[in-house]
Design a protein around this ligand. Structure first.
Ligand SMILES: *Cc1c(COP(=O)(O)O)cnc(C)c1O
Length: 232
């Protein structure tokens, strides 16, 4: 099978899983958007995905994302930055990302704002929420008590738009209860910020649980592109 056919077949499987999860949850498939995570895969795959109708792609490393988005500028894709952001790279990330999903600390906000303003763009931001137990070592994500301040800072920043929340399921614990908790956090945030409607949750292994608990965006990598090289 050539690569295009392989990606097309994988996409059909993923879309089928999303549709089944939506049906089970009594939700419309139109309410769940697919972001294909292209990290570790090259611009050639991004081109094939665009050709197969994908509009949103996700990357988690600044250097790789910066180069790939420049190489694919003609495709008019929406680039989602989903990885941890070094403070000194935040302005640069906001220079090409359309959506920054991993805003997890206040320090990033002025830099993201500067990057958006300098490039004359509005950059959508999601507050990345930690779903890990408080005893777990940090894997990124704001703690419950930090979310409101962070959301307010994003909402007030020039060039940024607060669009919602993002989270990764906790390690070694069931995803369902964690995503249910995320839905409650998202609802509380939306009460203060009505435009913050995005819940980005669900990866290849847990998209069904995420859709069940209200995810509006799923981020799927390996189920579309295949296993990533083991050096990560
Ligand atoms: C890599 C990654 C994904 C995609 O994971 P898969 O298991 O390959 O689908 C989603 N979200 C984040 C934050 C990631 O880093």
């Amino acid at each position: 099978m050539n690569r295009r056919d392989e990606l097309e077949a994988n996409l059909a499987v993923v879309r089928g899983r999303i549709a089944a999860a939506c049906a089970a949850a009594g939700r419309s498939v139109a309410d769940v958007d697919l972001t294909v995570v292209t990290k570790y895969f090259g611009a050639a795959d991004v081109r094939l995905l665009a050709d197969l109708g994908i509009s949103d792609v996700g990357e988690n490393k600044h250097q790789e994302a910066s180069a790939k988005s420049a190489e694919c500028a003609d495709l008019h894709l929406r680039w989602h930055f989903i990885g941890s952001i070094q403070s000194n790279k935040a302005a640069a990330v906001a220079g090409y990302a359309d959506v920054v999903e991993s805003v997890d600390r206040l320090k990033l906000v002025p830099a993201l704002s500067r990057g958006a303003v300098e490039t004359d763009r509005i950059v959508e931001c999601l507050v990345q929420v930690s779903l890990d137990p408080s005893s777990a070592p940090g894997r990124g994500g704001a703690r419950a008590e930090e979310i409101d301040l962070l959301a307010d800072a994003i909402a007030d920043a020039e060039g940024l738009r607060l669009s919602g929340v993002m989270a990764v399921a906790p390690l070694g614990e069931p995803a369902g209860p964690a995503f249910e908790h995320l839905a409650a956090i998202a609802a509380a945030l939306q009460a203060d910020h009505p435009g913050a409607r995005v819940i980005s949750a669900g990866m290849s292994g847990d998209l069904e649980e995420a859709v069940k608990y209200g995810a509006t965006h799923v981020r799927i990598g390996s189920s579309v592109l295949g296993p990533r090289p083991s050096i990560q």
